[in-house]
Design a binder for this molecule. Structure first.
Ligand code: ARG
Length: 602
């Protein structure tokens, strides 16, 4: 049966390697289902398998094609008199497979599939031997741009940028795990009109700025505030600042040097945050794309997309009562012109198939509009397919007062301060648990950072990104809640079970095997092998919170297993230790995909 089955896969894959079972369980089942559909129904129905994970007591997975097929063939002569009989036909023509223990048809034709326990056990064991990379979902996209974080030079990097950084990094990690080449782009705002104001202020207040260097600027955010104040209050300064923009964009050396200096200071501040968060990004800011703007606008003009309106040059788009402005009435370019040039570059020069942007939902309309302009220009296919663009919006971070998260003095919260606080609080917690006496100072630092930064990330990622959430250190550091701390403890506990067994896991992997006999072993086994599907779903629906939910459930399911199945000293010790190890491996991969650093003891 095994051999036949493998050959069957090879046939579907069109390759010669008969042992090549790549893809998630759902994808493997879909191949079986597809074969059954092909064998049972006419080709012109163009049926695609519908396979879903199911948590009911009748099966582990379900084929959901019957209802849809019934609606197409109902009334036609043939062997089918109700959806149930369609389901029954799918069930009967399924190719034999050692994946499946049993099948049954329920209700309006759902085909329930119970997976074979030995097959699940083997799959888990193979993952332990060959690495979790072998479980990666197979996606149709090969190269993607993820445009995330993207703060503005000299302005504050606020919690909105933090959300973009955390969610964007997690998504990029999931895509990378799925073997997509990801171009991680930091589209920093380094070319706006604010630079005229900043540079003019610098020149006027610090005539020797070139020597004074960084000291002249001091604290970049205070410097920004002071220059903004002057800009708003002093009309002649405003004019001089506007002239400065022209100088800068025209390439005047003095102005460019000042610009570079300012960017450099900002960049260093951003980098510190990225380093602490373990986030890697490649900066390609607005200035990078500015040389491409004239050519791109020329192309759009040639295609008849651009019109004059109130002295500005705009693109009118169906469904919007305001046009997309691409050249302002003063002749300057704006956010949209840069984004059009960047999109052009990403499609044509970088050959990205999927271009993903992360900002708060407040910018949704900007993205919808320039995507729609790109469609009209023929850069993106009208009716789906690649290249494609997606804007991932997210809600606000709120303070305990239910308003936008701010400091007590209503200032924007600095990310560095926020991370300091997270680390300090988690360190305090670790000291209260007596870790200061057990660990070296370095270990304490490392754990405080992993827990503190992990808490901030997880508290963000566990929410559906579209909803607002309330920032609370107390909540995110609660060891009993659905928090990073709780999960990191759960993982460390599994590591300690394995350590205390005194067994060498590498050795067990080579010589032992896994059996799933106890019901809670079976539940744990199924949950483990579903991991890649959850990653796939999180990517398809662009919802990292699905992965958090999975991780939390995994730790609860493990607890149930551990409280009912004795591990160390039992007859099933080897198999159960391997299950512990597999759980730890999957948990670590979840942590990795969420950007959280796992700890082996806590
Ligand atoms: N700098 C922008 C902001 O802070 C975000 C940029 C997002 N990326 C883009 N290609 N528009 O709001």
């Amino acid at each position: 049966c095994r051999k036949r089955n493998s050959r069957f896969f090879a046939m579907l894959n069109g390759d010669d390697n008969v042992e090549n079972e790549t893809g998630t369980v759902r994808q493997l089942l879909a191949k079986l289902c597809k074969a059954s559909l092909r064998a049972t129904f006419p080709d012109d129905l163009e049926l695609e398998p519908l396979v879903a994970i199911c948590t009911g007591k009748f099966g582990d997975y379900q084929f959901n094609n019957a209802m849809g097929i019934w609606s197409k063939i109902k009334g036609q002569p043939g062997p089918f008199n109700k959806p149930f009989s369609v389901g029954e036909a799918i069930r009967k023509t399924l190719p034999p497979s050692d994946m499946i223990e049993s099948t049954s048809v329920a209700g309006p034709g759902f085909v329930n599939v119970v997976l074979s326990k030995p097959w699940i056990a083997k799959r888990i064991h193979a993952m332990l031997l060959n690495g979790i990379g072998t479980w990666a979902p197979v996606l149709s996209v090969r190269r993607a741009v993820v445009d995330f974080s993207s703060p503005n030079i000299a302005k504050e990097m606020h919690v909105g940028h933090l959300r973009s950084t955390i969610i964007g990094d997690s998504l990029a990690r999931m895509l990378e795990f799925s073997n997509v080449e990801v171009l991680r782009r930091n589209h920093v705002g380094d070319w706006g009109t604010q630079f005229g104001m900043l540079i003019e202020y610098l020149f006027e207040e610090f005539p020797n700025w070139d020597d004074a260097g960084e000291q002249a600027i001091g604290d970049l955010q205070l410097f920004y505030k002071a220059s903004k104040k002057k800009f708003d209050e002093d009309n002649t300064f405003k004019e001089r600042a506007q002239q400065a923009v022209v100088q800068l964009q025209g390439g005047s050396p003095n102005y460019r040097r000042a610009w570079q200096q300012i960017c450099e200071i900002s960049r260093r501040e951003f980098d510190q945050v990225y380093q602490r968060l373990g986030v890697h990004l490649e900066e390609m800011g607005e200035s990078f794309y500015s040389p491409y703007i004239p050519g791109v606008l020329h192309e759009l003009d040639n295609k008849g997309l651009i019109q004059e309106s109130d002295g500005a040059r705009v693109i009118f788009l169906d469904g919007y009562n305001i046009p997309l402005i691409v050249v302002k009435s003063d002749g300057g370019f704006n956010y949209a012109s840069t984004d059009l040039a960047a999109l052009w570059y990403r499609i044509n020069e970088e050959k990205a198939e999927w271009i993903i942007y992360l900002t708060d939902v407040g910018q949704s309309q900007h993205f919808e509009m320039f995507f729609s302009a790109a469609k009209r220009a023929g850069w993106l296919p009208q009716d789906g397919g690649y290249p494609k663009t997606t804007h991932i919006g997210f809600g606000l971070v709120l303070g305990s007062d239910g308003k936008r998260f701010r400091t007590r003095s209503s200032e924007v919260v600095r990310l560095a301060d926020l991370l300091d606080e997270a680390k300090a609080q988690s360190k305090k917690q670790l000291i209260e648990r007596g870790r200061e006496d057990e660990w070296t100072p370095e270990e304490l630092e490392e754990a405080a950072e992993a827990v503190g930064y992990g808490a901030v990330k997880y508290a963000d990622l566990k929410n559906n990104r579209l909803t607002n959430y309330t920032f609370s250190f107390n909540q995110m550091l609660d060891v009993r809640g659905n928090t990073a701390v709780y999960l990191l403890y759960a993982h460390a506990r599994i590591c300690s079970i394995i350590r205390k067994s005194g067994k060498d896991v590498e050795e067990l992997k080579m010589t032992g095997s896994i059996q799933l006999d106890h019901v809670n072993e079976c539940i744990l086994g199924i949950h483990l092998i579903q991991f890649p599907e959850i990653v796939e779903d999180a990517i398809t629906n662009l919802l990292p919170n699905t992965l958090c939910e999975y991780l939390y459930n995994l730790s609860e399911i493990f607890t149930k297993f551990y409280s009912t199945c004795r591990v160390v000293g039992s007859e099933e010790e080897t198999s159960r230790l391997l299950l512990c190890e597999a759980t730890a491996v999957v948990m670590r991969q979840c942590f990795y995909l969420l950007g959280i650093k796992p700890l082996y003891k806590l």
